[in-house]
Design a protein around this ligand. Structure first.
Ligand code: 48F
Length: 262
């Protein structure tokens, strides 16, 4: 009997997904969270030939990009970061009364960053939550993952693991992975207290600058970018301006590339 189409579709989906996950159970860089900084990092790393996978809790990657400012779906980017939007082919226009600043459609930015990262060869696993890290011989060695619905429903289901040479925390404001590393692996971070300093309130230009400054390796093999990095180092928040996030993604990718000699 020939296989009915219903079955062929299901078979293809199961086989293709299993192959995608299986070939990404060991990667060079495992990124947690698919916000703007992580997506820029993923494209830059993949362009350099570094095997990169993003694990994103939500169904739609893009993090805090989609909603613009208070659901007005426009965001702002500064001159310095325009070249990154151009690399992704994302449109922008100057703001008349604010020299050096540009506005763009937040939906185009989110979808453009996702598409660019995928096209460069990074893989994205959505609806996957990272619930722990692999920590062997005092080294961060990968991620512990589970389906988001399992996490949300509190189901008692054991996770799977992904091994990687580097882990990048792109989880935004809560710095979830660095927090896990501090609380469960008891690691000393490369910060003044050895722990997470915590985000400070809004101060736009300071926050933008500190997001890039605070983007770095906090423990061998464990990096943070975007708002996660800012939270770890006690930087200021900045709201719907995204140049710092994009430049943070570029910076962390370059730091990781240097580790791989690429
Ligand atoms: O917060 P988020 O957008 O990351 P970002 O690159 O950008 C911050 C800005 O969007 C905005 C801002 C700009 O001025 O302040 O907030 O720092 O995205 C973080 C992503 O990580 C996912 C989360 O669902 C979101 O999409 N995430 C967080 N924790 C986990 C996770 C986890 N444990 N496992 C998987 N994904």
């Amino acid at each position: 009997m020939t296989n009915p189409i219903e079955n062929t579709i299901s078979d293809a989906i199961v086989r293709c997904f299993a192959e995608k996950l299986r070939t990404n159970l060991t990667v060079d860089v495992a990124i947690v969270g698919g916000g703007p900084s992580a997506l820029v990092a993923a494209k830059t790393l993949a362009d350099a030939g570094i095997r990169t996978a993003i694990f994103e809790r939500k169904l739609a990657p893009g993090g805090g990009t989609w909603g613009g400012g208070m659901l007005f779906n426009e965001v702002v980017v500064q001159d310095d970061a325009l070249y990154i939007l151009d690399e992704f082919g994302i449109n922008h226009k100057p703001i008349e009364n604010a020299p050096g600043y540009h506005s763009l459609d937040s939906v185009e930015m989110a979808s453009g960053l996702i598409f660019g990262a995928l096209k460069a060869g990074a893989k994205i696993f959505n609806s996957v939550s990272v619930e722990d890290i692999v920590f062997r011989d005092e080294k961060v060695g990968g991620l512990v993952i589970n389906w988001t619905p399992v996490e949300r429903l509190g189901m008692h289901v054991d996770p799977l693991t992904v091994l990687s040479s580097c882990v990048l925390d792109g989880t935004g404001h809560p710095s979830e992975i660095i927090r896990l590393a501090v609380e469960k692996a008891k690691i000393q971070l490369d910060t003044p207290t050895g722990s997470i300093l915590g985000e400070r309130p809004m101060w736009v230009d300071k926050g933008e600058a500190s997001t890039v400054e605070n983007t770095r390796e906090y423990f061998p093999g464990l990096f943070a970018c975007g708002m996660s990095a800012n939270n770890v180092m006690g930087g200021y928040r900045m709201g719907p301006i995204f140049g710092g996030m994009l430049m943070s993604g570029k910076k962390v990718a370059k730091l990781i590339q240097a580790k791989f000699g690429k």
